[in-house]
Design a protein around this ligand. Structure first.
Ligand code: ZN
Ligand code: ZN
Length: 364
């Protein structure tokens, strides 16, 4: 995700990637394969080291006669119709790539560089490689590279507030609500890139649910204790903004989206050996109630073992195997005072005896 700006016509170290229809092959040459979290991204400036031709691609073609395909004939094919040896079947998710001397097809993705080839001696699995991409914002973002922090803050606000128009070639919207933000970030120099998360974080307090959702998506991949704190304050408000479907229609909630930030905040407290932020354990356990994720319970238990024991005793859901083993791991690392307090909670509890016995078994 972090890429240097000094790449004017410099081939990227990654060597480029070829990709099927499920991924994204950008049309704008400013968009490059910078390691975007989602979707997978292909290079659009590939050249062939043998025939020197620019590599072309065809969406939805599927080879039915591999031996009969003439690369030169395929390369010349443009516009309507289907070249000899292929059928058109977009639903298969296939993309065909070709230069004047070779061709291939794929539905997944392939990096064109063997990474472990020794220092500065990239070996390409084929003769295709990225020819470099000019620096500058992709045209559809309709903004230039910022020259001041204030300009960047305002551009980040614009990008968070509008939905990307990018749709995959299989017709599905890309699942990420902040793809444009990543494309924007890829064009910034290091100093500006480092300031991006702070700009995005300021929008966690927005009253626009889509903006908050997009900001959380960005911060999920660039989490920090500061962002966790900002999100925790937001959760404390009475008008919790609730659930929002992602642009692809998946039922994801803001709470689950922001959970990563809270986890980072929790791990930060553990690494500094300081008590958890006020409200953090409650927020983690509340998330754990909705999505019983054992690592979240374990984190909550490491931060406040007695709270977690109450949660397990009084929570309405079944104590399943993963929750129990999370507690076991936490007990192994908990200090004596925390264990003593946890046992006291167990003694006082009026929870159903079967459940108490399970927790008793773990606490010893
Ligand atoms: Zn490239
Ligand atoms: Zn070639």
């Amino acid at each position: 995700m972090r890429a240097a700006l000094e790449r004017q016509n410099e081939p990227l170290r990654g060597g480029g990637r070829i990709i099927g229809l499920g991924g994204w092959l950008p049309k704008d040459v400013h968009d490059f394969d910078w390691g975007c979290p989602v979707p997978d991204l292909g290079c659009n400036t590939l050249v062939c080291g043998d025939c020197q031709a620019s590599v072309r691609s065809w969406s939805g073609l599927v080879a039915i006669d591999w031996a009969g395909v003439d690369p030169a004939v395929l390369y010349a094919h443009q516009g309507a119709g289907v070249p000899a040896g292929f059928i058109l079947d977009t639903a298969a998710g296939n993309r065909v790539y070709g230069c004047r001397c070779r061709w291939t097809q794929l539905t997944g993705q392939q990096l064109l560089e063997v990474v472990d080839a020794g220092p500065q001696t990239p070996v390409y699995v084929s003769q295709w490689r990225c020819a470099g991409h000019p620096a500058g914002m992709p045209a559809d973002l309709a903004m230039g590279v910022p020259s001041t922090r204030a300009e960047m803050a305002s551009q980040v606000g614009l990008l968070l507030g509008r939905r990307s128009a990018l749709v995959s070639e299989t017709g599905k919207p890309f699942a990420s609500p902040c793809l444009d933000l990543w494309r924007y970030e890829a064009q910034l120099d290091d100093t500006f890139q480092q300031a991006m998360a702070g700009c995005v974080q300021a929008h966690l307090a927005s009253t626009d649910i889509e903006t908050v959702y997009a900001a959380l998506e960005y911060l999920r991949f660039a989490p920090s204790p500061e962002a966790g704190r900002a999100w925790l304050r937001r959760l404390g408000e009475p008008d919790d903004i609730g659930a929002a479907p992602d642009p692809a229609g998946s039922p994801r909630t803001l709470k689950s989206q922001g959970l990563r930030l809270l986890e980072v905040l929790g791990h930060d407290a553990l690494s500094r050996d300081q008590g958890p932020e006020s409200g953090l354990v409650d927020a983690l356990l509340s998330a754990a109630r909705e999505l019983p994720i054992s690592r979240v319970i374990e984190l909550a238990a490491r931060l406040a073992l007695p709270d977690c024991v109450s949660f397990l005793l009084e929570g309405s859901e079944r104590i399943n195997f993963s929750i129990r083993s999370a507690l076991e791991r936490a007990v192994e690392s908990a200090a004596d005072p925390a264990l003593t307090a946890a046992r006291a909670v167990l003694q006082r509890s009026k929870a159903d005896p079967a459940r108490k016995a399970v927790v008793q078994g773990v606490l010893g």
